[in-house]
Design a protein around this ligand. Structure first.
Ligand SMILES: [Zn+2]
Length: 346
């Protein structure tokens, strides 16, 4: 079944969200009487390596970061931290959610590292539940993680939902199984292990520790924790308040509807082309563009799109040799792309 989050649905959802009173907003604070229970899920394990593009498989990265995250979180008051597993074992997604339920988890954070088949994608992203209060809590916590990764210089690939083919539940098992148990769960994809933009962030034990520490800081901010030594106090911090959606928040399954390129200037001496790009997608934001000056035979690396803007002006170095054409692609939040018109240079 094809799920389309069309303009009408978006409009209705916007109206519905606007009408929600503030008291219904998702605000999650640590209760002084009861400790916050956090479950960290190191993604993969055992025979399930996860991404194995690099000699070190994903399961090793996730465990290392999870242990640092736990250590950092335990520097805070009023929190109980568990890992779904500490040994290198196979564990089903259902078992992970069952574990979280068995300890009365307030939140499950599933840690992952990403790669793309094309090896062209880069940056961090977080997958969140698609419904109700779980969506609001997931989105708000995800925002804290992406803020941390942004400070590391990683590209923000956004906060996303993904619906299964039946259209009635979340696609990702850990989110689906946790939703069944009414536990907010998010999948934190820290960065892409197969892209040179991101690999500096995983190339040393210190960098992996930084991910763990920043993951913990995201959680501490979200729950408004205070450190045991009193040095860090997030009790007055307000995480993003996300209205509870009245219907399922679906992923965008279609390409950008309109992409156009308008040549402003072609400096043949300096070999630069200045182009105004326009890209429109009613269902999600534009996040990358790329270009080709050999009629689409080869494409540039993905370049960041100016967030939230339908247009941007770019300056493309055309290199040596005669170039006849220039074409662009614009990519949306879900990496679906649309080609622009062809600019004729000669
Ligand atoms: Zn993974």
């Amino acid at each position: 079944m094809r799920i389309v989050f069309n303009k009408t649905v978006a409009f209705i959802l916007c109206i519905a969200l606007t009408a929600i009173p503030f008291s219904a907003l998702s605000v999650c604070k640590a209760n002084a009487a009861e400790p916050v229970v956090v479950v960290i899920d190191p993604g993969h394990g055992g025979k399930n390596l996860g991404t194995d593009y690099l000699p070190i498989p994903e399961k090793m990265y996730t465990m290392t970061v999870a242990l640092h995250m736990k250590e950092q979180l335990e520097k805070y008051q009023n929190i109980q931290v568990y890992l779904t597993h500490t040994e290198d074992i196979d564990m089903s997604l259902k078992e992970r959610a069952e574990f979280a339920a068995s300890v009365n988890a307030d939140f499950l954070f599933s840690l992952h590292f990403n790669m793309s088949l094309s090896h062209s994608l880069y940056g961090s992203e977080v997958w969140v539940p698609s419904t109700g209060q779980l969506y609001s809590q997931g989105y708000s916590a995800a925002n804290e993680f992406l803020t941390q990764f942004d400070e590391m210089g990683l590209f923000n690939r956004g906060i996303k939902t993904r619906i299964g083919s039946n259209g009635k539940s979340d696609y990702y098992g850990i989110i689906r199984e946790s939703t069944l148990r009414n536990i907010p769960a998010i999948i934190v994809e820290h960065c892409h292990v197969d892209n040179i933009n991101d690999t500096p962030c995983i190339q040393s034990p210190e960098k992996l520790k930084e991910f763990g520490v920043r993951d913990a800081e995201a959680v501490a901010r979200y729950f408004g924790l205070v450190s045991k030594d009193g040095q860090t106090d997030y009790s007055g911090y307000a995480p993003l308040a996300v209205p509870v959606p009245t219907s399922r928040v679906c992923n965008d399954t279609t390409e950008p509807s309109y992409v156009a390129a308008n040549l402003l200037k072609y400096d043949q001496t300096g070999k630069y082309a200045t182009v105004e790009l326009t890209a429109i997608d009613a269902e999600s934001v534009i996040q990358y563009y790329s270009y080709s000056y050999d009629n689409g035979l080869t494409w540039s690396a993905l370049q960041p799109w100016t967030k939230g803007s339908p247009t941007m002006t770019v300056s493309i170095y055309m290199g040596y040799g005669k170039k006849d054409t220039l074409i662009f692609k614009a990519y949306n939040l879900y990496d679906k792309s649309t080609d622009s018109n062809v600019i004729k240079l000669q």
